[in-house]
Design a protein around this ligand. Structure first.
Ligand code: PBG
Ligand code: ZN
Length: 327
C-alpha cells in the first residue's frame, strides 16, 4: 500500500501535554467567573432548589458567609437575585431601600469589601403575576416599567452595588438606567446589559428558584425569538449607544453563534449566562453516571471562552474554581 507524502501533520502539535499547552488558543480562569446567589426574605435557613442540585436559596443571614466562600475560591464577582416577602402588581418591593437585594448588597460589601457586587434588575420576582414589569391588560407596559426600573437601580446604587444588570428586555432600559444613576450622582456604577436575551425554555429551573414563573402567558413579547440572529446585533448596538459598559448573551449553550456574532460586531466586555436549564442538564446526566461532570463542565465553560465570552455567569462557578486550582 502506498500513501501520499504527508508533509503536513497536525498531530505533531498534539503529541505531548507540554506542546498542547503551548498551542492552546483559549483559557478559562477564575477571573472569568460570576457566581449567582438567590437571597430569600421568607426563610431562616437555606432551602435547596430541587431542579438545581448544589444550589440553594439562602437567607440574608447567610450572605456574608457565602460571599466569603466565593472570595476564597478566587472568584471576583457575585450576582444577586432576590425573593421578597411581599409581591404586588407593579413589584414595588424592588425599590424598597430596605429590600432583600439592597440588604444583601450591604451584607456582601461588609463581608468582603473587594467583592464585585452585581444586582440583577428586573421585576418578575417582585410582581404577583410574575411578568417583568407593569401590566396594561396582558401586556408589559414598556415606559412605565422603565420609570420603576429607574427607582430600583438607584436604590441598589444607594446600597453600594458595583454593577447593575437589567434583565427585563425593555426598550430603552440602558438609557433610562444610565440617566437615573447619573442624575443621582452614581456615575461610577456600571451597567451590564442583558442585551441579547432569548425567550427560552432553559430558564425553567431558575423560575422555581426565584419564584418568578409568569402566572399567564409567556415572555415572548419582550424576550427575543430563539430563531433570530441579526436582531441580536441590533439589540447589542442599541445598548452600546445608550451607554452599556458590558453586554450579555443569554442563554449560552444553544446560542454559541450569537456569542461569536456579538463578539465580532462589538468591543465591550462580553458576558454569557450559562443558565439554570443548562446547569440542570449537566447535573442530571452526571448524577446518572452518564457523563463525567468535571470534564463536561470545563469543556462547556472553555467553549464559551472560545466562542468569544470574556465573563461567564454560572452556577458551576464554585466547582469550576476548585477544579482550576487543583489543575
Ligand atoms: C429575570 C431573570 C431570569 C433569569 C435571569 N434573570 C428568568 C427569566 O427571564 O424568566 C434566568 C437565569 C437562569 O435561568 O439561570 N428576568
Ligand atoms: Zn424578569
Amino acid at each position: 500500500m502506498t500513501l501520499p507524502d504527508l508533509t503536513i501533520r497536525p498531530r505533531r502539535l498534539r503529541r505531548t501535554a507540554a506542546i498542547r499547552r503551548m498551542v492552546r488558543e483559549s483559557a478559562l480562569t477564575t477571573d472569568d467567573l460570576i457566581y449567582p446567589i438567590f437571597v430569600d426574605e421568607t426563610i431562616e435557613e437555606a432551602v435547596a432548589v430541587g431542579s438545581m442540585p448544589g444550589v440553594s436559596r439562602i437567607p440574608l443571614a447567610d450572605v456574608g458567609a457565602m460571599v466569603k466562600k466565593v472570595a476564597a475560591a478566587g472568584i471576583p464577582a457575585v450576582i444577586f437575585f432576590g425573593i421578597p416577602a411581599h409581591k404586588d402588581a407593579i413589584g414595588s418591593e424592588a425599590w424598597n431601600d430596605a429590600g432583600i437585594v439592597q440588604e444583601a448588597i450591604r451584607a456582601a460589601k461588609v463581608a468582603v469589601p473587594s467583592m464585585c457586587v452585581i444586582a440583577d434588575a428586573c421585576f418578575c420576582e417582585y410582581t404577583d403575576h410574575g411578568h417583568c414589569g407593569v401590566l396594561h391588560g396582558e401586556d408589559v407596559h414598556n415606559d412605565e416599567t422603565l420609570c420603576n426600573l429607574q427607582k430600583e437601580v438607584t436604590s441598589y446604587a444607594r446600597a453600594g452595588v458595583d454593577i447593575i444588570a437589567p434583565s427585563g428586555m425593555m426598550d430603552g432600559m440602558i438609557g433610562a438606567i444610565r440617566s437615573a444613576l447619573d442624575s443621582e450622582g452614581f456615575q461610577q456604577v456600571a451597567v451590564m446589559s442583558y442585551a441579547v436575551k432569548y425567550a427560552s425554555g432553559y430558564f425553567g429551573p431558575f423560575r422555581d428558584a426565584a419564584d418568578s414563573t409568569p402566572s399567564f402567558g409567556d415572555r415572548a413579547s419582550y424576550q427575543m425569538d430563539p430563531a433570530n440572529r441579526r436582531e441580536a446585533i441590533t439589540e447589542a448596538l442599541l445598548d452600546i449607544e445608550e451607554g452599556a459598559d458590558f453586554l450579555m448573551v443569554k442563554p449560552a449553550l444553544a446560542y454559541m453563534d450569537i456569542i461569536r456574532d456579538v463578539r465580532d460586531a462589538t468591543q465591550l466586555p462580553l458576558a454569557v449566562y450559562n443558565v439554570s436549564g443548562e446547569y440542570a442538564m449537566i447535573k442530571a446526566a452526571a448524577a446518572n453516571g452518564w457523563i463525567d461532570e468535571q470534564r463536561v463542565v470545563m469543556e462547556t465553560l472553555t467553549g464559551f471562552k472560545r466562542a468569544g465570552a470574556d465573563l461567564i455567569i454560572t452556577y458551576h462557578a464554585l466547582d469550576a474554581a476548585r477544579w482550576l486550582q487543583e489543575d
